[in-house]
Design a protein. Structure first.
Length: 256
């Protein structure tokens, strides 16, 4: 498996800027057309986890959009994702337990490394996690390390404990089997990913759902959490989960 193309790597940040500007335009000026047809979330609890070296503030457009659609959106309690230490894993598990106790089983939405962390949590706590939506997450990153650009490898080696279980090929292979009963695993990937070969973001289990994000402009790795089409796909996938669905009257999306 090869690294992403050089042109996609060079254009990844500019494409993220296009995705973000496009989201502002679509959300504030074309909301009814771009998001108004999507199903209401009925207060389904979601937990968003950012990418490696990402902050929760980067997930604000996604959080705002999903909240407007009627989801009960929570952000990971940490501020800066430097790989997730054991202490941070415990804090994340405690946060999920608290949400599950109050709202019901949680759906995790994770960007890149945040999705891999979410996969680990979902397999460990299937009684608390209903589903996982991964956005450009390198689930095959240990099996195919050459699929990730060298800069990311260097930063992982510099900042993350080399004994971290998610850097162990033996451990991560356990996360590539069929998901636990009752847990749905969904992966979104984009052919314009400039950080990870998109093939490395496809979960190999027949029980997982892998969806390609098709875009007119933008649509890279960094900007997938700003990308309007990716948000629409995410909302449609979430509609198929609904672990805590109740027989409510249909509700309209809320544009905040």
């Amino acid at each position: 498996m090869m690294k992403p193309s050089v042109i996609n790597t060079v254009l990844d940040i500019p494409r993220a800027a296009m995705d973000l500007s496009g989201w502002f335009f679509n959300y504030y000026l074309l909301y009814k057309k771009k998001f108004g047809d999507l199903p209401h979330g009925n207060n389904q609890p979601l937990l968003l986890i950012p990418c490696f070296l990402g902050r929760t503030s980067q997930l604000w457009p996604l959080q705002k959009t999903l909240t407007s659609l009627g989801y009960d959106v929570h952000l990971w309690n940490g501020r800066f994702n430097t790989g997730f230490t054991e202490l941070e894993f415990k804090a994340l598990a405690d946060q999920i337990t608290a949400i599950e106790k109050d709202k019901g089983r949680v759906t995790i939405v994770g960007h890149s490394w945040g999705g891999v962390v979410g996969l680990d949590v979902a397999y460990q706590f299937p009684d608390k996690v209903a589903a996982l939506v991964m956005m450009c997450s390198p689930v095959l990153g240990r099996r195919h390390p050459e699929a990730v650009i060298s800069l990311v490898h260097s930063l992982l080696n510099l900042l993350v404990d080399p004994n971290h279980r998610l850097l162990s090929s033996e451990y991560t292979e356990r996360l590539l089997v069929a998901p636990p009963d009752g847990v749905k695993v969904i992966g979104l990937h984009t052919p314009r990913d400039g950080i990870i070969n998109p093939s490395a973001c496809i979960h190999p289990s027949d029980m997982a759902i892998n969806v390609k994000v098709r875009n007119g402009i933008g649509g890279g790795h960094t900007g997938i959490v700003f990308n309007t089409e990716a948000m629409r796909l995410c909302a449609k996938m979430l509609e198929s989960i609904r672990p805590n669905r109740v027989a409510d009257e249909p509700q309209r999306s809320r544009h905040i």
